[in-house]
Design a protein around this ligand. Structure first.
Ligand code: CP
Ligand code: NVA
Length: 295
């Protein structure tokens, strides 16, 4: 069966629990050979460190292979359509991980491909990040239901959007603390209206927060707005003072890459409450579990 993972909506609660169980067991001991002879295409239109390397390493730990294809070095860069590319890649591979600018393009890729397509980030969503972050939070607290996550900064970022979808799926509350003009997508907000609140005052968003999360102020492809965004988002920096507004045992999270001194200080990132390196590592284990499920 062809099984895509374009958004957190593509997994139900039972499947999320299954992914977490498999990820926890693969973290202890990878089962060599479960993806033997499977081939994964990594199609990337934007830069990546974690997503590219963790999918590649994950495939090889499970006995499979991956092929890296950058948009501009493939015929896509010379105008071959997404749909034709999807049909061709389906004849050579067992799955495609795509990191694209347009979410519509990944939907078209998934529609035209005969193999599963996994969203490795689009301008709208980053579901692999959110799924694996839920695993990290559960690993830390032992459960997810009832916890509160406060996202500080650019509420319109792909990571924030997928965290909104993920928190609702797992029974967590979420506050998005952002300035005017940086609110989440209206549709994603209305889909999650019962679990997400949006506010502009850090004190309000951070009240009783178990998890304090931030993402870069300037997402890939938004470089032209860098100075406007940095000015507006400065009061939402994750620093020691901000962390004190959350619960004393709150954890600090960042999807990475971080811009130290902008959205997060080194004091917080390298401090006792930070789980950022576990977050990065868990991408590998959760994605292996996801690959085992969809391939
Ligand atoms: N967090 C994340 O997706 O990192 P990369 O951009 O390095 O893949
Ligand atoms: N919002 C960031 C996430 C990077 C993993 C971006 O899109 O650049």
């Amino acid at each position: 069966m062809e099984r895509d993972f374009l958004s957190m909506h593509d997994l139900d609660e039972h499947e999320i629990a299954m992914v977490f169980k498999t990820a926890a067991s693969l973290k202890k001991k990878p089962i060599q050979g479960i993806l033997r002879d499977k081939n994964l295409v990594l199609l990337f239109q934007k830069p990546s460190t974690r997503t590219m390397v963790s999918f590649d390493a994950g495939m090889s730990q499970l006995g499979g292979h991956s092929v890296h294809l950058s948009w501009n070095e493939s015929q896509l860069g010379r105008g071959e359509t997404v749909s034709d590319t999807a049909k061709v890649l389906s004849r050579y591979s067992d799955g495609i991980v795509a990191r694209l600018f347009s979410h519509k393009d990944i939907e078209e890729l998934a529609r035209s491909a005969d193999v599963p397509v996994i969203n490795g980030l689009t301008d709208l969503l980053h579901p692999c990040q959110a799924l694996s972050d839920m695993f990290t939070i559960r690993e830390h607290f032992g459960h997810l239901k009832g916890l509160k996550l406060c996202f500080m900064g650019d509420g319109s970022s792909n990571v924030c959007h997928s965290l909104m979808n993920a928190c609702k799926k797992v029974g967590m509350h979420m506050a998005v603390c952002c300035p005017d003009g940086h609110a989440p997508d209206k549709k994603i907000l209305s889909d999650n209206a019962d679990s997400v609140m949006v506010c502009s005052k850090p004190k309000e968003g951070l009240h009783k927060a178990d998890v304090v999360y931030t993402d870069t102020w300037v997402s890939m492809g938004h470089e032209k707005q860098a100075s406007r965004k940095s000015r507006a988002l400065r009061p939402y920096q994750l620093n020691a003072g901000i962390m004190r507004l959350a619960k004393p045992d709150a954890i600090a999270m960042h999807c990475l890459p971080a811009h130290r001194g902008d959205e997060i200080t080194s004091e917080v990132m390298d401090g006792q409450q930070s789980v950022v390196w576990d977050q990065a590592e868990n991408r590998l284990h959760v994605q292996k579990a996801l690959l085992a499920m969809v391939l």
